[in-house]
Write a protein that binds this ligand. Structure first.
Ligand code: FAD
Length: 526
């Protein structure tokens, strides 16, 4: 078992790398994925995400440590555990962030990561159903399209947002991010286009690419400061998989720092606490966790044209199966979070600081709390939170989940921003176009003062599923990887996934992670 490149983690980033690095038949590539192959229809039927996100099925379903900013509640952190990783269980929203996010990365010393540098990599992957233009491309592996059959309620939300003063925006990834509109999604013909579907399937027949599923990496083998392979567990057996050129960690924002720490790369005191031999002193490993904190306003509904856990919706679901398999259309092609908005919570801001996701059903506690009636939700998220947290080891046993601490709402300004966002979201949801769909705000209806609302925010807020920064790219002492994504102080070892983001971008993180992997492939092959 020896290859030129060993990639750990077959998620959003790992599948891109597997494709690009194996394009040259003279290089051998091995992709390790802890989860099983992505055969379940719940992955490929978009609406099936409801059967995965709240459960432990194909999902690491992590919990955070108690969060003081959330009245000491533990947060929930779903992560995909199958080929495609989190892109196999996510809400498929295609958003790149604001152009200034990337210019900020470059200004922090990450040469080559400014907006003008990364735009070609976004375009390289893209197969945009609306056609090509300055911002978009066709012919790439990743299908980006409009939703097949968005509900009327989603159109009503956009109208309500416009009436509340947010300009309409047809393309959040074009010239301007601010505005309200329907989201574009990573779907082809109504089916989910995960990173595995897009990038791995077309490369699956290459003799120089080996994909090992149900294979969990346990640490990187380091010899004299150089990564020479990966120790892994396959069906209960321990194996070493050799890497002649490079080991690339793409295990995600929780998996990659955990693997570095288990390999003796990290802060000396933390490694010593777990009896792990120090190989490379890197204090920043796991240190810079930042995630989008999100608060949802929930509304009961008497209108049967939205989703509900009801016999009628179940019957429609059966008919939906017919529509889905015959025509790639119908209610099962929904991603639930069909519409949204980006806006400024106060005057004088250079770019939007709040994002809304309008959901065509009730999403209470990540759908772990069920309500047996119709409803709608509006999720409010702070795009550039100031609160920071960490990922640390709970044990030196690789099978034990790491300690995840997003530090949600540790910074008072995040509460203020979320409050402003929630007030605006309420204006929209109280607007005339939404009257048909709402029948009473749940939980927060009586909360009017800032203090009351802030208390509800601390009682109910949690992740929007965008953890980044735990193997941060940069040039400073606390950075884990350099701008070519090499682990500082080690040879033959890179990290390529969402964990390397120097700052959290203002938007959803799947497209940016795929972009990072596209650029990384070029850096590696150079
Ligand atoms: C519920 C949910 C909804 C989301 N919705 C959206 C959305 O609508 N739009 C959007 O842009 N973003 C969304 N995101 C975020 C986005 O999907 C992630 O940011 C992105 O997928 C991260 O990619 P990654 O490559 O860093 O990690 P992942 O895609 O999570 O990949 C990591 C992979 O590594 C594997 N792995 C981990 N440890 C090991 C190990 N030790 N050995 C072997 N394999 C290992 C995992 O099983 C996984 O397959 C969502 C995320 C979630 C969880």
């Amino acid at each position: 078992m020896r290859f030129d490149y060993v990639i750990v983690g077959g998620g959003s980033a790992g599948c891109v790398l597997a494709n690009r690095l194996s394009a040259d038949p003279s290089r051998t590539v091995c992709l390790l994925e802890a989860g099983p192959p992505d055969k379940s229809p719940l992955i490929h039927i978009p609406a099936g995400l409801l059967g995965i996100v709240p459960t432990g099925y194909l999902n690491w379903s992590y919990e955070t440590v108690p969060q003081p900013g959330l009245h000491n509640r533990r947060g929930y952190q779903p992560r995909g555990r199958t080929l495609g990783g989190s892109s196999a269980i996510n809400a498929m929203i295609y958003v790149r962030g604001d152009r200034t996010d990337y210019d900020e990365w470059a200004a922090l010393g990450n040469t080559g990561w400014g907006y003008a540098d990364v735009l070609p990599y976004f375009r390289r992957s893209e197969d945009q159903a609306r056609g090509a233009d300055e911002y978009h491309a066709t012919g790439g592996e990743l299908a980006v399209s409009d939703l097949q059959d968005p509900l009327d309620a989603s159109h009503a939300f956009v109208e309500a947002a416009v009436r509340a003063g947010i300009p309409p925006n047809r393309d959040f990834n074009g010239a301007r991010q601010a505005g309200a509109g329907l989201y574009q999604v990573t779907q082809r013909g109504g089916r989910r286009c995960s990173s595995a579907v897009a990038f791995l399937r077309p490369a699956a027949g290459r003799p120089n690419l080996t994909v090992l599923t149900r294979c969990q990496a346990e640490s990187v083998v380091l010899e004299g400061g150089r990564a020479t392979g990966v120790r892994a567990r396959v069906r209960g057996r321990h194996v070493v998989i050799g890497a002649g050129r490079e080991v690339i960690l793409s295990a995600g924002s929780f998996g990659s720092p955990q693997l570095l720490l288990l390999s003796g790369i990290g802060p000396p005191d933390e490694l010593a606490r777990h009896g792990i031999e120090l190989h490379v002193e890197l204090p920043g490993v796991g240190a810079g966790l930042v995630d989008h904190v999100d608060m949802a306003l929930l509304y009961r509904s008497d209108c049967k044209d939205v989703f509900g856990i009801t016999p009628r919706t179940a019957l429609r679901g059966v008919k939906g199966l017919w529509d889905f398999y015959r025509r790639g259309r119908g209610m099962l092609t929904t991603n639930y979070a069909e519409a949204g908005a980006f806006f400024h919570s106060r005057d004088g801001l250079e770019r939007p600081d709040i994002q809304l996701h309008f959901v065509t059903g009730l999403v209470d506690d990540h759908s772990r709390e069920l309500h047996f009636h119709y409803g709608i939700s509006c999720h409010v998220c702070v795009l550039r939170p100031r609160s920071r947290g960490s990922v640390r080891l709970a044990s030196r046993d690789p099978r034990v989940s790491p300690l995840i601490d997003p530090g949600f709402l540790g910074h008072e300004e995040d509460v203020k921003d979320l409050l402003a966002g929630v007030r605006k979201a309420r204006d929209i949801m109280d607007g005339a176009p939404m009257a048909r769909y709402r029948d009473g705000e749940m939980y927060t209806a009586a909360a009017r003062s800032d203090d009351e609302l802030a208390d509800w925010i601390r009682r109910r807020a949690d992740t929007l599923y965008h953890p980044v920064g735990t193997c941060r790219m940069g040039m400073d002492e606390a950075a884990v990887v350099d701008p070519t994504l090499r682990v500082r102080g080690a040879e033959g070892l890179r990290v390529v996934d969402a964990s390397v983001m120097p700052t959290l971008i203002g938007g959803n993180t799947n497209a940016p992670t795929i972009m990072i992997a596209e650029k990384a492939a070029d850096l590696i092959l150079q």
